[in-house]
Design a protein around this ligand. Structure first.
Ligand code: SF4
Length: 233
């Protein structure tokens, strides 16, 4: 497990070492996930592409992301000269509605996340040995035991988490120092941006992920930790 630090230079050095090691261990078999819904993802993308500009980058495109997330994706492609691969569900939103009823996310968000995030990720990672993601231990209680590198049993690949020990302050310091573009919704009260249908503004004093799945106890989509139940709160 990585050691928490408050020093940005030290944190960058540690993350770069993790990324370099992953690139060396899984040449051409490593992919980077970015949601375009949080500043951590933009930091990891910047760090990783500095190490390997040809690293495959993908987004789990549920078809329900905010326009601001799609705009950030396009701006990122232009800035880094990359193409972000959109990994999509087997069914469009309309097809899902026809098969399972309208607005499944209001009745069974675990099932909806399973169909629109978990299954697509599993399918996509069949082409890789490892993936990198920007989740952090301090984001939720379900993530506080994250290792920097661990076996992803669900997807049968190695999961690499170079920012596991980073704090929100470190992330924002990196964003400012490197003039990174982030999701425009962060300035409008959305510190964590998921699907339009399942994200609200957070109120003063709430945690950064308090706006996800409003009305449900659910705090995870299931790709990083079990969804921990989606009973109404
Ligand atoms: S966040 Fe909501 S809409 Fe998006 S996949 Fe999960 S339940 Fe469905």
């Amino acid at each position: 497990m990585t050691t928490p630090t408050t020093d940005l230079s030290e944190a960058i050095a540690h993350a770069r070492a993790e990324i370099r090691s992953a690139l060396d261990t899984y040449p051409d078999r490593l992919a980077l996930s970015c949601s375009f819904g949080g500043p951590s993802g933009m930091v990891l993308l910047d760090l990783a592409l500095r190490e390997e500009p040809r690293l495959p980058v993908f987004v789990l495109d549920t078809g329900l992301l905010f326009p601001e997330s799609y705009a950030l994706l396009e701006a990122t492609e232009a800035r880094y000269g990359i193409r972000v691969e959109a990994v999509t569900p087997l069914q469009t939103v309309a097809e899902q509605a026809a098969a399972r009823g309208e607005r499944l996310w209001e009745r069974d968000p675990d099932r909806c996340c399973g169909l629109r995030k978990v299954e697509p990720l599993r399918r996509h990672l069949q082409g890789y040995d490892a993936w990198m993601t920007a989740v952090r231990r301090d984001q939720t209680a379900t993530r506080n035991a994250l290792a920097a590198r661990e076996w992803d049993f669900e997807n049968q690949v190695v999961k690499i988490v170079p920012l596991a020990a980073w704090s929100d302050d470190l992330v924002w310091s990196y964003v400012r120092e490197h003039d990174l573009r982030v999701n425009a919704l962060h300035d409008q009260g959305y510190p964590s941006v998921g699907c339009v249908t399942c994200t609200r503004r957070v109120r003063s004093g709430e945690s950064i992920r308090a706006g996800r799945w409003p009305g449900f106890i659910k705090t995870e989509c299931g790709i990083h930790a079990p969804p921990a139940g989606s009973a109404s709160s």
